[in-house]
Design a protein around this ligand. Structure first.
Ligand SMILES: *[C@@H]1O[C@H](CO)[C@@H](O)[C@H](O)[C@H]1NC(C)=O
Ligand SMILES: *[C@@H]1O[C@H](CO)[C@@H](O)[C@H](O)[C@H]1NC(C)=O
Length: 370
């Protein structure tokens, strides 16, 4: 009895010791430090609050019904309303981020460099493979904008580090379009998987640059389960029921984004060792979306339309095609976007982004207003 007790006690201390080692080894806390004075975003249409419409004034997001829920007119956001980055700004107690290309805007609380259609890899990479990307600023171009912006606010490395010391930088999500363009151009899953490590490298390189410039808190989001998105369900439609999971999503496409996310998390772990004083967090968009989809019936979403776009052409998934939503060719929005997860087949509704943001803000400790 005593022996056993002693053994248990030993085990207890052993666990206690390994636990402390674990805590020490984990280093920097897994939460950001409040207050945050400025927020920066590099990304694609998931976070573009108005850059691409300033380059292409005829982009679909420049027209109704984009923006119909918030602010009531199109702003260039690719949704009926707010995006994840808008909810993050609110949680941090900051004004909504202005797009870099809005020359009249205030950038006192940060800048949004995100551009719809942006890839992590250069356009030339895709062109060489015969995959046509969108002619929009890729991650590399957004980094140039970031450097230019920094030059405008500080002139020495110390001064820049000071300016960025109370900032939070979102690098991504990226990878959506690096995968998406290839899928819509009927490339094989294997071909795409082969270059995903390069996508991750590009994201890590960008994160490293941002940290070296002086940012000490960065969040790198992973990719969504794109196999649950109407546009990819449409392009990957299969007669074989085993191609779909229990939620009706395409397994092959979800495996691809899971592959990207796993690689990214591993690479972030190495980056944390490279910069032990920086707070480098992974934002789990994949699981935030999956739990939204699973819990949708209890969250007030219309369960008959969970994989259908609110705005699109009639069909099994109502996917957006060639910009049908907000296009003169047709594609009207559903009467109540609040009960839909998917907005135009590629992007989510404000309500879906709001629910996902609640999960992310709580998991990452992003609430600085309390
Ligand atoms: C900037 O502001 C001025 C004055 O309010 C306005 O006339 C102009 O259209 C604005 N420019 C842009 C690009 O929004
Ligand atoms: C990332 O940076 C390394 C080192 O500078 C470079 O060799 C590599 O090509 C970069 N990768 C990408 C995808 O940009």
């Amino acid at each position: 009895m005593w022996l056993q007790y002693r053994a248990n006690l030993c085990l207890f201390f052993l666990v206690l010791i390994s636990f402390s080692i674990f805590v020490v080894a984990a280093g920097a806390p897994l939460q950001i430090r409040c207050p945050i004075q400025s927020l920066y975003q590099l990304g694609d249409s998931i976070s573009d609050t108005g850059n691409v419409v300033r380059l292409f004034p005829i982009a679909p997001s420049s027209r109704r019904p984009y923006g119909e829920t918030f602010p009531g007119y199109p702003t260039g956001r690719w949704s009926d309303g707010r995006l994840i980055i808008d909810y993050i700004a609110l949680a941090l107690g900051l004004p909504l981020l202005n797009p870099y290309l809005d020359k009249n805007a205030s950038f006192n609380n940060g800048v949004n460099f995100a551009a719809a259609g942006s890839t992590a890899l250069k356009s030339s990479f895709f062109l060489a493979k015969g995959i046509l990307p969108q002619p929009v600023p890729s991650l590399g171009v957004q980094l140039k904008w970031f450097r230019k912006y920094l030059k405008s606010i500080c002139s020495t490395p110390t001064e820049c580090a000071n300016k960025l010391s109370r900032s939070l930088v979102f690098v991504g999500e990226f990878g959506y379009n690096d995968i998406g363009f290839a899928i819509s151009q009927r490339r094989s899953i294997q071909e795409i998987q082969n270059y995903i490590p390069l996508v991750t490298q590009a994201v890590i390189n960008a994160t490293r640059e941002v940290i070296k410039a002086g940012a000490s808190q960065v969040i790198v989001p992973g990719n969504f389960p794109l196999g649950c998105f109407p546009y990819y369900l449409f392009y990957g439609a299969s007669d074989d029921p085993t191609s779909y999971d229990d939620l009706g999503c395409l397994k092959s496409v979800n495996k691809l984004t899971t592959f990207e996310n796993t690689g990214l998390q591993g690479a972030l772990e190495s980056l944390r060792k490279e910069f032990p004083n920086a707070i480098i967090l992974y934002a789990d968009y994949y699981n935030a979306f999956q739990s939204l989809l699973r819990e949708a019936p209890t969250l007030g979403f219309d369960t008959t339309n969970l994989l259908k776009a609110c705005c699109g052409i009639e069909g099994q998934y109502n996917p957006l095609d060639l910009g049908f939503c907000g296009n003169l060719l047709g594609g009207r929005a559903c009467p109540n976007p609040n009960v839909y997860i998917h907005w135009d087949g590629i992007h989510l509704t404000q309500e879906a982004y709001r629910r996902m943001s609640q999960t992310l803000i709580s998991n990452l400790g992003l609430n600085c207003t309390q």
